[in-house]
Design a protein around this ligand. Sequence first.
Ligand SMILES: C[S@@+](CC[C@H](N)C(=O)[O-])C[C@H]1O[C@@H](n2cnc3c(N)ncnc32)[C@H](O)[C@@H]1O
Length: 343
Amino acid sequence: MLYHQHIPVLTAEIIDLFRPTPADSLLDATIGTGGHALAYLAASKPGGTVVGLDTDAKAITAAQHYLAAYQDRVTLLTANFAFLKDSLMGGGILVSVASNPSAARSVEPEDQSAPRSKVNRSTSDCLFTHILFDLGIGSHQLDDPTAGFSFQSDGPLNMKFSTGERLPASSFQCVNYVTQRLGHLPTAYELIARLSVPELTLIIRTLGEEKYAGRIAQAIKRHLPATTQGLSAIIAQTVPVHYEHGRINPATRTFQALRLAVNRELESLAVALPQAADLLTGNGTLAVISFHSLEDRIVKQYFHQSALSLVTKKPITATPDEIKSNPRSRTAKLRAARKKPPS
Ligand SMILES: C[S@@+](CC[C@H](N)C(=O)[O-])C[C@H]1O[C@@H](n2cnc3c(N)ncnc32)[C@H](O)[C@@H]1O
């Protein structure tokens, strides 16, 4: 099943920030179904190029479909941005971007057809004028019940973005132990089944910022739900009736915590940002759209400690009109920083 097209957030603001020309190149580290990339390709006609990464192979298939009109200016790669530099080099991207901009294709990082002779070239051969991270999950994935991300539809408690077996170490030692014992990256169900109540409480409190984490962890361990709706029903029965004054579904924070833990999203972001900065040209711009305070904190801290110059003193947020037409944009924060030109 082809993913439906995700509606990207802050697209006009991204294009206004980048102001791409036909000589520019975008590394879209979270291409999803290609909405931001599409706007970039249109704005940088006739020559601007896009290299798009996504850890979800189904997103890459969808991006390939939705960006077909621009196929000779696009290269797609199934890869986790935690391994940005390795993936770009191993996927042979250095070749298609640096030496042959018109070679459009989709490649796996392990793709044996990638020209091996070029793989060891320095990353300095592969610089981008613009790099974008649009973090988290897309509506294309939430609407896929088989992935188990959503409490709106029923599915197995999976929550993995990718079927791949490589992620950075978790900042929760208990998650690393579970991974070791299983011999593979755990699904949300496997985390629930293997972690103790205190371990699960810590994860739900830290990654979900959920004040009822303790009660929820106890209830989940007692019932061991195997499906998204099973989990969401247990949470609803466990928290007070007027949970957060009805503003959000009671399952929202716990689902976020499990998804972040399963995919090591914060750990991946923390190691990806310095790699991205290295892949920028002088004067190149790195932009990150985050959707919750945990992600935003990592971006803010990185921008402050890095050698990049801040472009956005305060984050750019969605206009009331955008929030009305795309409620997902309500929590979006766009921060950007620019690389200093070589002196
Ligand atoms: C909000 S969507 C991006 C939507 C995209 N900007 C568009 O216009 O369609 C986030 C995407 O990032 C991907 N993603 C999340 N974590 C990732 C990671 N560590 N590496 C690569 N892709 C990741 C997800 O699979 C998802 O498709």
